[in-house]
Each structure stands twice: as structure tokens, then as C-alpha cells.
Write a protein that binds this ligand. Sequence first.
Ligand code: UN1
Length: 495
Amino acid sequence: MPDTHQNHIDGSWQHAASGDTLDNRNPASTDDLIGRFPDSSAGDVDEAARSARAAFDDWRATPAPQRGEILRRAGDLLAERKTEIARVMTREMGKPVFETEGDVQEAIDTAYYAASETRRLFGKTVPSELPDKFNMSVRRPVGVCGVITAWNFPVAVPSWKILPALAAGNTVIFKPSEESPHSGELFARVLLDAGIPPGALQLVQGAGAVGQAMTEHPEVDLIAFTGSSETGAQIAAECGERHKQVSLEMGGKNPMIVMEGADLNLALEGVVWGAFGTTGQRCTATSRLICHESVHDELVGRIKEEARELTIGAGLDDDTEMGPLINQQALDKTTRYVEIGQDEGATLALGGEAASGEDLGDGFFFEPTIFTGVDPEMRIAQEEIFGPVLSVFEISSYEEAVRLANDTRYGLSSSIYTNNVQHSFRAMQDLEAGITYVNGPTIGAEAHMPFGGVKATGNGHREGGWTAFDIFTETKTVYVDYSGQLQKAQMDTHE
Ligand code: UN1
């Protein structure tokens, strides 16, 4: 019998009120049933939200550096449990263990970073325009934060939201993806074991209904979401109606430009990792390669050779370089986009099919796939596939490269390989994206740097680094008038 897991609500581990569960299966081998997880509904969210609200006053009154101590312990515990969590993560979402260890490492780094920020959380002191008056801004927590995350980074991405939220004195309701509930649970256990007060962290497992209920609940003040642009837009609209804060991290169609004179060995390594790492299932994945005509044929030829050699398999096997897609829908979607690309007239240069073989069983494996001769108006040039599919364009100038790179509704990450200092500095300004890499692929954000995107990728916020604290705090402006008389701003200064 597989284990039946529970929510953590109001300080106790409990089943969904309905008793319903969702099966969690291994995408590399679907008869491996990992466990059953609560299929929660609005009633469970209601209990969690009330409890999170009740816990808020004590938690925000705890001196921030004391909150930081707990987060530092959480970092230590994550480090101790890194291998265990990574293996659980690989089993439920497929990416190889070297990647899932990186995922946990990102959370460790975020924990230590958030812990140290609790000794800063700076406000500002600013001169007043009037005598004997003191002006400053201070930060306050927002309240109860609902955190809704995806399965592709089951610990790292929740950590970017939950740890700064807690550091700033908010309480949190965490809904992991229903595709990666076990990693979500282990992350919540680390936080509780480290000493986060039970009411300050509620874990509510389930599908979209949980996110919906959090968005609608009057006691939830803020929603932080990672997922598709469509769902994000819906959440933003619902939060807008209710005057809730909302921070969104959504899709990408991230370009890598390779200019003439670039180091092709470096670009080759970068594009193979950027396009096929995590089986292309990153919002930062390199899904478009924009190649100068002088290097196009050589680079594409070498990518094909390299990608063909990638070892596809279960992420728990030591030699696996590329794991499965997450589920049958992802496999169907990727297959459909290969058909679409062919119908649109692009050339299928590599792959294009579900990968099969003795060792692959019924897992959701897909071959590394490359389309060449892609035109910007094609759907494979515009739409996020979230699979191992690279669309290649050939260009003849820097200007054309930038035009193509920006010709998308998304704007998360971008990259340029060049040894030309003008092109690299111009690209930093010209590329419409939240992140630009020079001589690196589009993936690989560091935990202490702002992360997020423009256009349909985001709504103006940046997680990660110091900017996460702008999401999870409100600024309060304070004026202290010690003149002993009524001083009228704008009037007493301009007589
Ligand atoms: C995501 O795919 O949602 O920069 C996040 C990267 C990772 C994070 C990806 N550190 O590719």
C-alpha cells in the first residue's frame, strides 16, 4: 500500500476534510505509485487561512533577526537532508539527481540569504522640508501570503517566495503543485522542524481548487504564483477585484543569440544545457536559438551531434543526462508541437518523437528535438512548449537578431554569445527580458539576484535577492514632527 500523506493545517497533520486524495506517480515509470496526497478544497483552505491569520501577530512581533535564526536552521536542515529530498524529488518529477540536488541547493542558498536579510530589512531616513521634523520609511509585513508553485522546481521556487515572506514577518499558506507534493511536504517539514511556529506555515495539498480558494479567501492578503501566463492572468484579475497583492512568474520563450566570432565551443555547451537540461521544462529554458549565418551550419551540426548523444533515462539512474517529461499531457503537447512545426514548414533536424527503449518502459520520455528554418510567425517560434524542443533561426545582423529575440509575448530570460564588446553591452539594453546572460545560456539564475520577467512573463515584481522583500513587505512612511506646532507641508515651506 502506498503511503497516504496529509496537509499541515492549524498546527496539525490532517487529511483533506473530504478525505479525497490524488495519486502521485513516477513519470519515469508510471506503475511506481509514490503515495496519495490530499485533494483539498475550499474548507481546508478556510481553516488554514484562519489559522495563518491568528498566527500573524506573534510572528510579526518576533524580532526579525530571531526569525532569521530559524531560517538559518532551516538552511542547515536542508543541507543535512539534501540527498534525501533530491531523490524524492527525482522520483516524483523526473529530473536527474544532479539537477534535483541543485534545486535543493538553491533553497539552501535562499535560506541563508533570507536569514541574513532579517538583519537588514532597510527603510530609509530622508530630510524633511520642514524644521524639527523627521521623515522615514519602514517595512511592514503584508499579512497572510498564499504561495502557489509549479512542479519543475519543487523546492527552489517555493523557497524564493516562502523564505523571504517568513523573514519579513508574514505567515504563509503553501500549495505545492499536485505533480510534486512530496517535495513540497519535505520542504514544509524542514521549516517546521527548524522552528517556524506551526500556525505560520500551512501546507495545503491539492489541485487548482486550492489555489482558487486561496485567491478568493478574504483572509489571504497576497498571492505569489509561478505557472502559466493564462492561469497567472486569471489570478491577477481575481486578486485585482479583491484588492489583493499579487506577484506572478510565468512563461518564457527564451532566446539565445550567437553572433559571428562567438566562442562556438562555449555556445554549443550552453545551448545543449539550456535547451535540453530539465528536459526543456524550465521557464528559463533556451527554446529559440538565433544564429548568425556565419556560424549557423557549423553550430547546428555540432548541436545535433551532441544532443543525439544525451543519455535519456530515469533520473535516479546515475548516467542519465535527460529525464522524462512530467506527464502524458506534456508528452502529447510536445508531440503536437512537432506536428505543428512540420505543418508550418520548419525542418525537423533532430528527434521529434517519444523516446522508447528497453530501459525506458512506459515513462514520458521524449527525444531532444531541433527545428531549423524557423520563421518568427510560426507557432513553434512563439508558443511555450515546455519540452526538449529547440527552434533555430538564421540571421545576418545584430539588429535582426535583437528584433527576432524581442518578437515574442514573453520576456523572462535571454542570452547572447559574442566576443564583441559593443554587442554585449548593447544587448543588455536592447533585449526585452528580465534577465540577460552574456556568454552563458538562458538558465541558471542565482538565488541572491532578482528573478522575473517583462511582458506576459511577469507583473513588475522580481523574486530572489533583495527585490523579493519589496513583494513581501509594505512600505510605511512615518513623519515625526517635534517642532511643537502645526507645520503645513507645501504651505509653510513656500510662503
Ligand atoms: C523556473 O523554471 O521556474 O534559472 C525557474 C533557472 C533556475 C530557476 C528556473 N535557477 O533556470
